[in-house]
Design a protein around this ligand. Sequence first.
Ligand code: BG6
Ligand code: MG
Length: 219
Amino acid sequence: TIKGFAFDLDGVLADTARFHSQAWRQIAEELHIPWSEELESGIKGIDRMSSLMLILNSAGVADKYTEAEKETLATRKNDHYKELISTLTPDDVLPGMHEFLADLKANNLTMSIASASKNAPFILDKLQISDYFVGVVDPSKVKAGKPAPDIFAEAAKILDLQPEEVVGLEDSEAGITSINEAGEISVGIGDAMQLHAAKINFASTNDVNLAQIKAHLNW
Ligand code: BG6
Ligand code: MG
């Protein structure tokens, strides 16, 4: 039976996917790299340096930059991103998620954060939802980022649960793969075609609800 939930943060709880994209887009423009739908969804879920590599590779220019230059670009993106998230308030919790968190808590289900973002603790604090979670995975302490299973596997450990007792929620393809590879139950939020590997799909955060998840899983 299900005993806990592991949450991705950006695009699942926090309305911040648009800020990641805005900050990367600015870097891409400076480098004269055209932005695309593929980049927009491709940067979701993957770590900072992997996002930069995806952008550089999309234009075939990754080897034109030294490691030091790539570090500088990634830092510049994060500085811009941090400016954008400094304005976050509890109103930036995505629609329906306040209610969903409260519902899980009322049902004694435990929760942890499985985000690739090093900014996760800051964002949770800004949104004033930190208290719902027993812990936050530190992405700098896991071997591999999403789509590898490590982040979601660690989120189950934090909950002190077996993977099959955990439901993972994600808005990215890389994240759904991570949940599935970790042996947890994947819930995709967003385009069902793109997130077809998810066990359960919801079109938007507003649609996510415990009753429907329970019904799907005969739990
Ligand atoms: C994920 C985002 O949650 O965090 C990615 O979906 C982002 O787009 C990744 O690259 C890493 O975030 P940060 O804040 O450490 O650069
Ligand atoms: Mg996400």
